[in-house]
Structure formats: C-alpha cells, structure tokens
Design a protein around this ligand. Structure first.
Ligand SMILES: Cc1cc2nc3c(=O)[nH]c(=O)nc-3n(C[C@H](O)[C@H](O)[C@H](O)COP(=O)(O)OP(=O)(O)OC[C@H]3O[C@@H](n4cnc5c(N)ncnc54)[C@H](O)[C@@H]3O)c2cc1C
Length: 470
C-alpha cells in the first residue's frame, strides 16, 4: 500500500516515494497498480486534469460521451481484456452486419466482408494485392516481436518506406491505394512516412505469445482488432483504475524536469517536487522528449525521442436519431480515397437507441484542416458522411470532433511511428533504462504496440523491471 506520507502530502510541496510514475495513461496506471501491489510507495504525476491519456470519452452536447480516442479491443489483446474485466467494464461487438462502403475514383460500391478477402475491399488490383499480402505475410514471420531490429533483413527493410515497397511489389493502382489505406487506417501516416520494418513489426505484434500476429488481425472487425467496444466507454477502464489508486495520482502536475543524482531522482512537476529511487516515464517517445533530463540522457535515447513522431489524427462523429445505415443493410464501415474522412465505423451505443457515425480524419486530411475552424471540419466531415451513407447523414442532431494533433500532452496519434533508419539505429533505446529512469508506454511494448493492450503490457513489464531494480 502507498505510504501514509505519499497519501497525505499536500498538492504543492516536496514529497518522496520509492517510484514516481510520470503519466496516468493506461501504461502509467498499470505500472503504478503493480508497484503498489509489490509494496512500493508510488506517486503518479499526470499533466492533464484526467487519467487515460489517449483513451478519452469525448463529450457530446447532451452530456453523454462517445469514444474520442482509443475505441476497439479484439482477440489476443489479453492484457487490456484482463484489466477491463478487473475494472468491471464489459465489451460488446462492434456493429458489423451488412455491407461495407467502398468509395474510389468517384464511384461508390458496396462489399461483403465475410468472403475470402475479409475486410479488404474488392478493387481492380485485388489479385496484385493478394500477392503482395502473401509476400508481406512471409516477411512478417521473420520479424522478432519486440525486437524488429534483429530481423535477418532488418537493415534492408528499415532502409525503405512502406510506400517504396508497395510500389515495387504491386503494379495496379487499386493494390497501391489499398496498401496506403492500410497505413492510413492503422497508423494515420502516409505510407511515405513509415519504415517498412516498422509496418512489418506492427503486424507481427498483432498477436500474443501463442498466436502470431497478422495483417488480417490488424484490419479486421470480425476476428480482428476492431471486433469489440467497451460498454459505457473505454475511459471507464483508466478512470476506475485511477480511482482505485486514489490520492497517489496527482492531476494538473506536468513534469518539467527529471534530475538524476547520487541517491536517485528528483522529479519536478508544476507545484510539486518528488524525490524517488526510480522514475517511470510512461508516454510516447516524442512526448517524453519534451521533459528536460539532467544530466543529459545517453544520445541513443535522446535521439530516439527526436525520431519517433506521432501520426496525425482526429475523430469526427455525427449523432442521429437512429443508426439509419443499418436499415439500408450497411455496417457503417467505409473506406474512401477522397474527402476528409477515409474510414468510418458505427459508434452507436450497444442497444442501438440512437445512431452515431464515427469518421477518422487521418494523416494528410487532418493536416489540411490544421487550424481550420470547427465549422469547416464539421462541413468536411458531413460531406464525407453524406457521400458514403446518403442524404440521411447530412443533418445529425449534433456533431463533435477530437483533434489529437492539437493536444499538448499527446501531440497526435494513434501512436508513435518509426520512419526509415530509426528502429535499426535507435530501437533498443525504446526500453533500455537510463540509470534510474525507466520507459513505458504502448510504443515500448512487444505485442500490440500502438494499442491499449500494448500500453497495459508495457506497464506490467516496467513494474517488474523497476521492482527488481529497487
Ligand atoms: C484517435 C485514436 C484512436 C485509437 N484507437 C485505438 C483503438 O481502437 N484500440 C486501441 O487499442 N488503441 C487505440 N488507440 C491507441 C491507444 O489510445 C494508445 O495506444 C494507448 O492509449 C496509449 O497509452 P499510454 O499509456 O502508452 O500513453 P498515453 O495514453 O498517451 O498516456 C500518457 C500520459 O502521460 C501524460 N503526460 C504527457 N506528458 C506528461 C508530462 N510531462 N508530465 C506528466 N504527464 C504527462 C499524458 O497526459 C497522458 O495521460 C487510439 C488512439 C487514438 C489517438
């Protein structure tokens, strides 16, 4: 249990603990849970006024919320599943009955997702694409989960982008578009921006210790990463965990600097300084790089933090009286090559008592809308919804938008992504402790890096690491 001193320290003061955890996202909260269970005194310092980080219940005008950040959970995501169970949060299936919409080259078509192609829309390049996917599947098998830099062809694959590979391994514009759509919908970057090795590892990591990761598990709704959602919203998981941890979690406490001395570390947050034997920094490398470290970190870690940028992403939702697309035989899922939104899902509540359409405004699309007033984002979002789901989508009861790129304590999303050269030169620094400073966050995970499950796994891993070091 936390020491009495840790529980009662006033908000603006100096205090001490065995371990300071920086960041109350899923990674930091999980680390704190396990360290407290191991009998260590812990203080969690969170910059925002809420826990959860990239897991966020986006408020709607009527006082309810919808998923503004992380949303889905699927098979082999065992650690977030276990945590949600512990917190009494149930899951339900993502609405997935009917056909998906595919919009390309100005033409709208519908397709089934229970055929051999699964979630892949049929396009002219489909044979071409299947051959490329088979090749990728073979490459993925050779990438060691958690250590992609040790793949036999790591140097070759980290020397090119996913775009370069997709262009030299497919001829049709359909296959090329669908490979770009894969990078966009999973990482919210253009395929030009991400290392081939990183993409291969992302797929290798989409599994668990007994089930190898695959591209299918990343992109599928049924049997894939989009299979289920959390009843009441995913934010219930971090909210309840933070509540359980109680007063050791301090909000509005952005950490500005971490000073390593002979006896341990001193962590300086706004209004609070904490001395500890160890510190866990539980956030993406890019955001961890905003903290001042003294003495300077080893160059490998400092430069990793310069080379692991966040994707660019926003979510747009429209709320309707009913999920009208269901009556039209549609799942609410779409893939589009134009407009502000390139992928959609049905975000309605489990009982379907009203309809919520969610659209991702991914990579270049949200960059184009950077700084645009909300009315312009709304108009662009509704234009996409109408094009994909018809005129009934034009007049929602309300809309909402969550722009992650403008969030000071996230800097984008869904995850940090490695451009060419970063993993082979700096990858081991993702997890390697720097003296008493340990690193967590979904980006440091082996399985399901980039996902809530990876965040939880990273918290569990770092708690063991720190407990052993104390
Ligand atoms: C739009 C979007 C959609 C997504 N969809 C899914 C999905 O469907 N399924 C899925 O599994 N995952 C999804 N993700 C990814 C998922 O949200 C993340 O993988 C996961 O939440 C990361 O948790 P974390 O604890 O590693 O980091 P974070 O959640 O980023 O937590 C880091 C915490 O540190 C805090 N912090 C930052 N700097 C400081 C500082 N200096 N001092 C103190 N505190 C600080 C932040 O405020 C934050 O609370 C999505 C993400 C986004 C943005």
């Amino acid at each position: 249990a936390p020491s009495a001193a840790a529980r009662t320290a006033p908000a603006s003061s100096a205090s001490s603990a065995d371990v300071v955890v920086v960041g109350a996202g899923l990674a930091g909260l999980t680390a704190a849970r396990d360290l407290v269970a191991a009998g260590r005194s812990v203080i969690v310092l969170e910059a925002r006024d809420r826990p959860g980080g990239r897991v966020y219940g986006l408020p709607l005008a009527d006082g309810t919320t919808t998923e503004g950040g992380a949303e889905f959970i699927g098979p082999t995501q065992d650690r977030i599943a276990a945590l949600a169970r512990d917190m009494g949060v149930e899951t339900f299936r993502t609405y997935n009955t009917g056909k998906n919409v595919y919009f390309r080259n100005g033409k709208r078509s519908l397709y089934e997702t229970d055929g051999i192609l699964g979630a892949v829309p049929p396009d002219w390049g489909v044979i071409d694409l299947q051959i490329a996917l088979l090749r990728l599947g073979e490459m993925i098998k050779t990438v060691p989960v958690g250590e992609p830099w040790k793949a036999p062809k790591a140097a070759e694959w980290d020397a090119q982008t996913f775009h370069t590979w997709s262009r030299s391994n497919s001829l049709s514009s359909g296959a090329r578009f669908l490979m770009d759509a894969f990078a966009s919908s999973t990482l919210s970057v253009r395929s030009q921006e991400v290392s081939l090795l990183y993409v291969l590892h992302y797929a290798a990591a989409a599994g668990n210790e007994s089930t190898p990761g695959t591209i299918d598990r990343l992109i599928n709704t049924r049997n894939g990463a989009q299979e289920s959602r959390f009843a009441g919203g995913p934010e219930l998981v971090p909210n309840r965990l933070a509540e359980r941890l109680g007063g050791i979690v301090r909000y509005n406490a952005p950490v500005r600097s971490i000073v390593t001395g002979s006896g341990g570390v001193t962590v300086h947050a706004d209004g609070l300084t904490v001395s500890a034997r160890r510190v866990v920094v539980a956030m993406s490398p890019a955001i961890a790089g905003k903290i001042d470290y003294s003495p300077a970190l080893p160059a490998s870690r400092a430069q990793l933090m310069q080379r692991y940028p966040m994707g660019s992403i926003a979510k747009f939702v429209g709320v309707y009286d009913t999920p009208f697309w269901r009556e039209d035989g549609l799942t609410g899922q779409a893939v589009a090559d134009s407009g502000a939104i390139d992928a959609t899902f049905d975000n309605s509540p489990p009982d379907g008592s009203r309809g919520i359409l969610m659209g991702f405004i991914n990579q270049a699309n949200i960059r184009r809308l950077d700084g645009a007033p909300e009315a312009e984002v709304r108009a662009a979002g509704l234009a996409s919804f109408t094009k994909l789901f018809g005129d009934k989508a034009a007049n929602p009861r309300m809309t909402a938008v969550q722009r992650w790129d403008n969030e000071m304590w996230s800097g984008g999303g869904p995850t940090g992504v490695a451009p060419p050269g970063a993993l082979t030169a700096f990858g081991p620094a993702l997890r390697e402790p720097c003296g008493p400073i340990h690193w967590a966050g979904t980006e440091t995970s082996d399985y399901w890096t980039g996902y809530m499950d990876g965040a939880v796994r990273s918290g569990e891993r770092v708690a063991k690491e720190v407990d052993a070091a104390l």
